[in-house]
Design a protein around this ligand. Structure first.
Ligand SMILES: *Cc1c(COP(=O)(O)O)cnc(C)c1O
Length: 226
């Protein structure tokens, strides 16, 4: 484990920010070391990898999925996933609801909003996100709880640009929290900030950061490609 972890954990605690340790490509042993330090929220971006790790770690680990999720894979993670950060369509939301129902669970999710100026990143446009909240079909999904938004800023050294993107998402988060509270919508989590930009994200109102390399060190080749 990188000694950075304890310092970062303290930094997050002081600001009441949830820390999700993004363990993709790192072995179960590295996760166990952090677990022993008290870390419980771990995030992965691939379904296959999260399943492989989930069965090897204690049941009180809270697993977060942060990567793009295909509808046909929801069933594999539905029994245990704690929070899905990457919902980007009504179709996916409906499938998650169906699988949550089968598992007698209420599934917490975030809607991923596209805020960067790169076309490589998944997510809903702001307009699409608002229409999802307005859609009557969304209200019917009784086994879903939409608890907030997730966004990734442009991967750039331009701090002003990154800050502006985070500021925009926070504004949207506040609007949505006021406007759309209902039985299955309870907006409280704003997931933004990665290793390179989490301090800016928290200054702009993030209350959940997703940190990989700053905690675990550089990533190796993806495990699932072996
Ligand atoms: C990999 C990943 C992270 C963590 O990235 P780092 O730069 O290593 O902190 C955060 N969020 C998502 C969606 C990721 O895929």
């Amino acid at each position: 484990m990188d000694s950075n972890y304890l310092e970062i954990k303290k930094w997050c605690n002081e600001r009441k920010v949830n820390l999700v340790a993004i363990s993709k490509t790192h072995p179960v042993e590295s996760i166990t070391l952090l677990y022993k330090e008290g870390q419980r929220m771990f995030g992965e971006n691939k379904v296959q990898e999260i399943m492989m790790k989930e069965c090897q770690l204690p049941p009180d680990v809270q697993w977060h999925l942060v990567g793009h999720l295909q509808s046909n894979k929801v069933k594999f993670i539905a029994p245990f996933i704690s929070l899905i950060h990457s919902v980007d369509s009504l179709k996916l939301l409906q499938e998650i609801n169906k699988q949550a129902l089968k598992n007698s669970r209420i599934q917490n999710v975030l809607l991923q909003v596209f805020i960067a100026d790169e076309n490589t990143k998944f997510g809903l446009s702001k307009e699409e996100c608002f229409s999802l909240f307005e859609n009557k079909e969304t209200a019917k999904l009784k086994n879903i709880r939409i608890e907030g938004l997730m966004g990734m800023a442009t991967n750039s050294d331009d701090e002003k640009k990154v800050r502006k993107e985070f500021k925009g998402l926070k504004k949207m988060f506040d609007t949505i929290a006021k406007k759309y509270a209902s039985d299955n919508i309870e907006i409280k989590t704003l997931s933004m900030g990665m290793s390179s930009d989490y301090k800016i994200a928290v200054e702009e109102g993030s209350n959940m950061v997703r940190l990989g390399s700053v905690i675990f060190g550089e990533r190796k080749a993806p495990i699932t490609s072996l």
